[in-house]
Design a protein around this ligand. Structure first.
Ligand code: NAD
Length: 354
């Protein structure tokens, strides 16, 4: 059987650390194009991985009949434009998280996916994390009883990425800590709780520690190569919120930067029979009772690579046309929450989510 030919658009960090290596390890796939508006990045991929052709403009292969699927690994400002172009060209798309900068863009992506009948997955990779999936199974099996509240802490001491650059420029990113990190936590919670419908949201997003770019004090910076000390900083570096859903209430405190001692990155699932604390990107502990005793179970198991799982499952979807757990229909619900929190912060009011 001939291999499924794919293209990777945006040859930066996530493409090189996750998408490309996972495609290469999948025997059913051949990467035909590496595309980046910075041509040297695409050329470096051709050289490094020993396959494909380097292209600077994705329109050059948009209508290549051999291409069945693409990964969109650009910054958030191009997610909806490129995904929609490829869906309309009859291709299947795996687009990085967040789905888009604002809800209306995500809804348009969903609409076009439905119209074309093509697969549109969003790279909310935690849905393929082994421990996260185990938590979903435990909740489904009733081990926690009724899960009534989930609390997420995604707080760092100093972790603003590429200050002044794309991450901190709202026109490009759509927002800061909430849309960049919060999307992972909120989506993970939605997945574990069986994708409940969001009902209302209230929150405040703060732009405090990074806005004076030149005087921002830090030890190291993720994406430092993209920092611009004369650039723009108009996004949230810290956010707090409460979301009512058809399932549990979700509350959170998140920050790229906060004046706290150490980073606090965990999620507490609170049920009336048991509770779970998940270390983000780590294992978890189950708290419960048995025969009149309090129990604490540290759960460990063999894990698999979530990015490899994500790509393998995407390729299965390409073959079958099936909707999987990363389908845009789920990501749109998380986009509604993100939008509602930003709208709530702007208006200082609770927002009702349709
Ligand atoms: N799933 C995860 O865990 C995870 C982790 C990191 C980043 N991300 C997401 O991945 C996306 C990219 O982040 P990154 O850190 O890799 O950024 P990056 O800057 O390292 O890479 C983005 C690349 O896209 C290229 N690009 C921009 N516009 C383009 C266009 N129109 N056509 C072709 N190429 C274009 C840029 O030149 C750059 O090389 C973001 O949306 C981010 O939120 C996801």
């Amino acid at each position: 059987m001939s291999k499924i030919k794919v293209a990777v658009i945006g040859c930066g960090t996530i493409a090189n650390s996750a998408h490309i290596p996972a495609y290469i390890k999948n025997d059913d796939v051949e990467i035909k194009y590496f595309c980046d508006i910075i041509p040297e990045r695409a050329e470096a991929c051709v050289e490094k991985y020993g396959c494909g052709t380097a292209v600077a403009d994705y329109h050059d292969f948009l209508n290549d009949p051999e291409i069945e699927a693409v990964s969109v690994c650009t910054h958030n400002d191009f997610h909806s434009i490129i995904s929609i172009d490829f869906l309309r060209a009859g291709k299947n798309v795996l687009c990085e998280k967040p789905a888009a900068r604002i809800l209306s863009e995500a809804l348009e992506m969903q609409k076009v996916a439905h119209e074309t009948g093509k697969v549109l997955n969003i790279g909310v990779c935690n849905r393929f994390n082994t421990y996260v999936h185990k938590i979903r199974e435990l909740i489904d099996a009733g081990e926690l009883g009724e899960v009534y509240h989930v609390y997420a802490s995604f707080r760092a001491h100093r972790s603003i990425p590429g200050i002044g650059g794309d991450f901190t420029t709202k026109a490009k990113s759509g927002g800061g800590a909430l849309i960049d990190w919060g999307v992972h936590y909120l989506d993970l919670i939605m997945y574990c709780c069986g994708d409940p419908k969001p009902v209302t949201a209230s929150g405040e997003a703060f732009c405090k520690l990074g806005k004076d770019i030149k005087n921002y004090v830090y030890k190291s910076m993720w994406a430092e190569g993209t920092a611009e000390m004369d650039g723009t900083y108009d996004v949230d570096d810290s956010v707090v919120g409460v979301v009512r859903t058809s399932g549990p209430v979700i509350s959170f405190n998140g920050a790229w930067a906060q004046n706290i001692g150490v980073s606090e990155t965990f999620i507490d699932f609170m049920g009336d029979k048991g509770g779970i604390r998940l270390k983000y990107c780590g294992d978890f502990t189950l708290y419960s009772t048995k025969n009149g005793m309090l129990t604490e179970t540290k759960v460990e198991c063999k894990t698999t690579d979530m990015y490899q799982n994500e790509i393998n499952d995407f390729i299965c979807c390409v073959k079958t046309g099936d909707k999987n757990r990363q389908n845009i229909d789920y990501a749109v619900e998380t986009s509604k929450i993100l939008q509602a929190i930003y709208d709530s912060s702007a208006s200082h009011r609770e927002i009702i989510i349709d």
